[in-house]
Design a protein around this ligand. Sequence first.
Ligand code: SF4
Ligand code: SF4
Length: 358
Amino acid sequence: MMPSPWSAPATILEGTYLRARRAITAVLVHGPRQRQLGIHAGDPPLFRTVFFELRTRCNSRCRFCAAAVPYESRPDATMPFALYEKVVEELAGIDYRGQIAYHVNSEPLLVPDLDRFVAFARARLPRAWVRIYTNGQALTRSKGESLLRAGLDELTVNWYTSGEDAPLPRNLVVFRDEVLPRYHPRERVRAGSGPLRHGDRSIFRFNIHRRRIDEVLDSRAGSAPNKQARPEDAAGFCENPFTQLNITADGRVGRCCADFYFADVMGNVATESVLAIWHGPRFQAARRHLLRGERSASALCRQCDFIGVSPPGIPLVAHVVSSLLYRIDRLLRPPLEIAPEGRASSSRETGCLTAVRR
Ligand code: SF4
Ligand code: SF4
């Protein structure tokens, strides 16, 4: 762990720095993003992405994620197809054109019949954008083909590796060079994320991002196994409860993607409608506090150092300022790292990805 440059006599300076950072973030990062999303104190806009955690499991060993094999403590649960069908039918009823994804803190390719879930969304939500974020380990030729046949719009592989010079795994080479071109001609395939325009499906997005498996990222509301949360780092507003609908295998809807254990339950899609939950009192209270910058009102938010906005697509000023602040912060206040042996695999103290940017 790097030593902090803030010695005891400098704590006043550190306090001043933190207050200045919060003020700059509010004006130059949160403000522009709120205006872009049409976020205000009234009724929220509709969620932009529905995340289905179809199975509460992952096969990777990312040091920063509580879903990684060495840290996992949740029961292995899979969403019944009938429950998924219910939600998708409700989305069809409002002609949903946002995004559908199949992870929260989990690996979608561990769901044996994932293509069936994709095909159903494709059939019932013809204008929605259907995407898979995966670590790619289970991307076999037949799995890749079945997902492309089912009508997927985007496949993004976060390839987590510790080797700087590690060659691209063979299964990813096969998918990129042999499988994908059979379904989408080269000119249709683009890097990046999401549709060109809302409701557009004229391109296929494909990415392989090389990522470090031992990175220190956000505190994830206190659930990150390799980073100690610092409440003073909580950054005020956060867009996630305004943009994400996260549903886990048994139907619970959580506060956000950092609510690892779905502990702050906004409702359950097994017994309530999606819109009733989205506009319901629990979500509205969470949003009210975040709009006022009050992360202390939530046990999760108070341990969360997520800056509150997620690229891509955020206003340029928000992007530039948040990147700059991130760099300055890493320099002045290096993360408090937790060694691998320092965390028990059954830790549940937060009651709660990325930002694990997945
Ligand atoms: S970050 Fe993603 S791939 Fe890594 S352990 Fe977590 S869920 Fe798995
Ligand atoms: S601040 Fe963190 S815990 Fe709170 S809503 Fe945002 S991502 Fe979730």
